[in-house]
Design a protein. Structure first.
Lengths: 266, 266
């Protein structure tokens, strides 16, 4: 394929419109966010949510199938220079392709229903890389959805989108939630509520992981607030067999969620 | 505590000597590396390996116990401005404290001996954050050691040190190894060799995880080279229950190593 025109003007209005999506306030007012890199763009295209695609000639040639899928959906495609894409990049190497994507409504009421087996709640998770990684783990482990507390990082932060590697398009994610309400909703459909934290019962042996479970994970530095810990059925700890003080949030969530997935799918 | 003098000169010779340790070649010729932040400095101090400590007055006041431990070991302590520390920082927020640390010899012959239960081998892992995270997971899971192939990132890269959160000081880590030799050494002491990769037997059910195990993990983008896969006893896959294509290296290693640790410690 060959494109006719290459946008080189880093001050073009459409570039400014994409650039303002780096800020949460503009994402919310515009109802749009940025998906960086071919993998995220492919997933956004599959979800039918791409509004506009910016990419280099090189990416245009290399990822013809993504371009075609987006073209067929009626989205606008702009071939541009790397310098243009860098105007609205949260990373130094956006791999020559960034999409402007339509946000969707988060509807938490659908998450908890009879038969829901595994849901992840994040409370006060501030690091976007951590949040995206946990969403990816939740997706891999077959979770029915993810709930993010109102004091967590913005789901549509470009770094969350990137580190989720497409998973934000795969499973229902509720944002801006009060954890107490989430816990009540889980209990109403018969789920147990487990919090991963230090000083709990062992993940191995202390708890029936085959039961439908809402897992609560907290901020890496502060852990889970006491008032949330008081609401859960059990506080569960990952045993540390060596000298490390702890695991980070992403790896801890992987150990917990895969322990549940293994027990539930056995 | 109060320090008498604060170093403000970003061009001081001792600053230049620390700064050159950002480059692998100088780390190797000087036999020194940088540990950033209080946690890594504390661990380096416990290991008795700090040669010099740079910290702000604020960090000096806040982390008196670390300063005291390092002072007692005879290392030089320099109170300086944030601007000085930024001269040799790999991160934007080194939290006011960076230590110059003595490297140690890596002796792989001690790793594999009768009774060795769990060892992690990294082949061609290039991302320093991933490498450090896997080392932290290996430590937490009680691994006896970690082996890094010659084409992996430098263990003493400041980002590896930081993301290991002290674990590089906790367990033996061999660098510059040929995987074929590592695999032979593991087999000689009766360990099985498992490679984590797509298209293998399931982690749950396909393999006896209670056996002494050398786990091989590869580069996130390329996986494990075919010639290495041919040497292992089994290729093992983490089941994906949802729509994610895969897990990242750190979370995948957490799932595999904790599955082994659970089986071995049951």
């Amino acid at each position: 394929m060959q494109s006719s025109e290459v946008l080189t003007n880093v001050r073009a209005p459409k570039v400014a419109r994409a650039r303002r999506l780096l800020k949460r306030g503009f994402r919310e007012s515009d109802g749009l966010f940025l998906a960086e890199g071919p993998q995220a763009c492919r997933e956004a295209a599959s979800a039918g949510k791409v509004k506009e695609l910016f990419l280099t000639q090189e990416a245009f040639d290399r990822y013809a199938e993504i371009v075609l899928a987006i073209e067929e959906s009626g989205a606008e495609i702009t071939v541009c220079t790397e310098a243009v894409i860098e105007q609205f990049s949260s990373t130094v190497s956006p791999q020559g392709m960034t999409a402007v994507v339509q946000m969707w409504d988060q509807n938490p009421s659908e998450l908890f229903k009879p038969g829901t087996k595994l849901v992840v709640a994040l409370t006060a998770v501030r690091d976007p890389g951590n949040a995206g990684s946990v969403i990816r783990v939740a997706d891999a482990a077959g979770a029915n959805g993810v709930v993010m507390s109102s004091d967590s990082v913005d789901l549509f932060n470009p770094k969350v989108v990137r580190s989720s590697v497409g998973s934000i398009f795969h499973l229902p994610i509720s944002v801006g939630q009060e954890l107490a309400e989430t816990i009540s909703a889980a209990r109403e459909v018969g789920m147990q509520v487990l919090a991963a934290d230090a000083n709990g019962v062992s993940l191995y042996g202390g708890v029936d992981l085959a039961k439908p479970t809402l897992w609560v994970f907290g901020n890496e530095a502060w852990g889970i607030p006491t008032e949330v810990l008081e609401l859960v059925d059990q506080v569960v700890s990952i045993p540390i067999y060596g000298q490390a003080e702890s695991l980070n949030l992403a790896t801890a969530s992987a150990v917990c969620l895969y322990a549940s997935a293994q027990a539930q799918n056995a």
